[in-house]
Design a protein around this ligand. Structure first.
Ligand SMILES: [Zn+2]
Length: 310
């Protein structure tokens, strides 16, 4: 039996899978606020309860934002800041008396989809999450690619490639830089840009296609209104597709993956899978592009499933 834990800022979820990937059990609890030791205890409790309920002992993998520093063995880059700087792996191993594996949640997403999800059987998989943030993991021959810095696939804080004049210097990012891919392709990023760019579009569109600009729409609402024929929203969605195509073309030029799987809230926009591959060859340095772009199979469950497969 394999146990996977998705350790997030608001909830901790556990899943138990059998060797064929069938779900045996799933539970979740709220993440203790701001207390590292309580968080460890909550994880241990979930593991003990799951094993008592199933009468089995399992291997344990944990997916969480951030990465383990190879140099110090401590967690870094987590948005759950109480975890940063902690030796979470060692602490859990001594608490649970077993070997524990920890990986970034985007890596877990990619591993889940590569193991028995939308990218099953593919050799090189780029799994990208387009949600409130943007991140990605790389799986090669069924194994997560990790490097000396533990950041393979961290593409959300690269600059938007092949920028146009109006995209420079780009929105301010929390990481301290401007124009990061995340500021264009995350849900909140897309919503913010729509607010700004739809005002510009009003000046170039004929009167009859004008829409109310300045109202604050969520990314979901922008997509919905585009479907209903709203011209400004349609333009924002086309810009989003174009930016995603450029950002993925950049990845294809470096990694040349067999398949790119999308997860996160923005991955539910069905037209991306048709429209983005139609235009990405504008930037891929090849006479043809055979990389496939697909939607996740397990969605939000891929983080916890991937943790179990670690
Ligand atoms: Zn950034």
């Amino acid at each position: 039996m394999r146990l996977g834990i998705d350790l997030g800022g608001t909830k901790i979820e556990i899943i138990a899978l059998d060797d064929a990937g069938h779900e045996l059990l799933r539970h979740r609890v709220p993440t203790p606020k701001g207390d590292y030791h309580e968080t460890l205890q909550a994880i241990a409790q979930l593991v003990h309860d799951a094993e008592a309920e199933l009468g089995l002992q399992g291997s344990l993998g944990i997916g969480t934002p951030g990465a383990l520093s190879r140099a110090t063995g401590r967690l870094k880059n987590s948005n759950s800041v109480v975890l940063n700087g902690q030796s979470i792996l060692q602490d859990l191993e001594s608490l649970l008396q077993r070997k524990v594996k920890i990986s970034n949640d985007a890596n877990c997403f990619a591993l889940s989809e590569a193991t028995d999800g939308a990218a099953a059987g593919a050799k090189v998989v780029f799994g990208a999450i387009l949600g409130t943030g943007v991140g990605a993991g790389i799986v090669v021959n069924g194994h997560i690619l990790t490097g000396p810095n533990g950041i393979a696939g961290e593409w959300g804080h690269n600059p938007l490639p092949w920028p146009q004049a109006h995209e420079l210097p780009g929105p301010q990012c929390y990481c301290g830089k401007q124009g990061c891919i995340e500021t264009f392709l995350s849900g909140p990023g897309m919503a913010k840009l729509h607010q700004v760019e739809s005002k510009i579009s009003v000046h170039v569109e004929p009167v009859e296609t004008r829409t109310t600009s300045g109202s604050v729409l969520s990314a979901e609402q922008v997509v919905q209104r585009a479907e209903q024929g709203d011209a400004a929203c349609e333009r924002s969605l086309q810009l989003y597709e174009n930016r995603l195509a450029r950002s993925l073309a950049h990845v294809i030029n470096i990694l040349d993956p067999d398949i790119i799987v999308l997860g996160g809230g923005m991955s539910n926009i069905e037209r991306l899978y048709v429209n983005v591959p139609k235009i990405w060859d504008n930037w891929v340095f090849s006479d043809r592009v055979d990389t496939r772009l697909v939607k996740h199979r397990f969605g939000d469950s891929s983080g916890v499933r991937g943790a179990a497969w670690l």
